[in-house]
Design a protein around this ligand. Sequence first.
Ligand code: PEP
Ligand code: MN
Length: 337
Amino acid sequence: MIIVMKAGAPQTQAATIIEELKAKGLQPVPLFGVERTVIAVIGEERDINVGHLEALPGVEKVMRVVQPFKLVSIETKKEPTIINVNGVKIGSKQLAAIAGPCAVESEEQMEAVASSLSKMGVKILRAGAFKPRTGPYAFQGLKEEGLDILRSVADRHHMAVVTEIVDVRDLDAICKKADMIQIGARNMQNFELLKEVGATQKPVLLKRGLSATIEEFLLAAEYILSNGNPNVILCERGIRTFEKETRNTLALATVPLVKEMSHLPIIVDPSHATGKKSLIEPMTKAAIACGADGFIIEVHPNPSEAKSDASQQLTPSEFETLMKNIQPIVDAVGRHF
Ligand code: PEP
Ligand code: MN
C-alpha cells in the first residue's frame, strides 16, 4: 500500500501514521520528497482500513498495490482448481456441458429433456425450481415439487443437478436434492446467501451480477471461499449495457482475464448472455476458443411453450447440432468432453 501525504503536510502527521502502522505490525517505509512525503507500507494490506487512513490529517490518497481478494487469487494458489461434478472435472482439460430448461415445469418436460441430453453425453442437468423473476406475477417455479422432479429425473438418467437458490431458507432442501447450487446474477451480492453456501461443501455455480465488475465478481467468490467452501465455479452470463439487440452483453474477455487473476474455473452462459437462439452456437464456440471451462445452455423440449425464457431455449435437436458444430473448436483448443 502507498500512502501519499498532502504537499507541505508537516512531518509530524506522517510520523503519527508511521507509529500507528508499526503498532499494527506493518512495516512503513517513508520516502521524504521536497514537496511531500510518501509512505510505502509492507505487510498484509487487506487488513488495513483504507477509509480510516484516508481520513487522517495530512493524507492526500491511499493506493492499494494488491487485490482486495486473497483466497480466490492466483497468487495464493498457482495451479487451477478442479471441481468434480458427476465425473466431470470442471477446470481441467475436460469441458463441462451443462444443459436443461430454464425452469422445471413438469415431470414430462424434465423427462423429455433429460432423456435426450443424457444420450448426447450431457452429465449435468440444469433447471430452476425456485425462479428469480423480474415481476411478481411471472412463474416463480415449482419450488420443492420442482426439486423432487429434478432429482428423480436426473437419477433415472445418471445426471447431476444444478439448481438455483434464491432464499437461504431453502438451503437444506436444495443441498439434499442438488449436486451443485447456483447463485444467480441477481444474488451475486447477496452476501448472507454467499456466506451460507460458503458454509457447505457443495459446488457452487456463481453467476456474474448484472452490473458487477470483475473485482466484485471475484470478491463474491471470496465470500464463499472464506467461509470454508473452496468449490466455486464462476459463470460469465453477460452484463447489462446500453445495447438492446441482445439481452445482455457477453463480456468474453472476462474468461482469459479471470484465468490471469484466479485459479477458479469459469464457464459461460450464452443463453442468458444473448437471449437469442441464433447467437448461442457462435458464442459457445467463442467461449471455448477463449478458454472457458464449459458452458451452460438452456434446452427445452418445446421452447415456445416454456413458462420462462421461451425465446432463448434450444430444442434438444438444436442442442445436438450445436454439440456437433462446436467439436472442431473443442479439438482445436485441446479439450474434450
Ligand atoms: C438462470 O440460469 O436461470 C438465471 C436466472 O440466470 P441469471 O441469474 O444468469 O440471470
Ligand atoms: Mn433462464
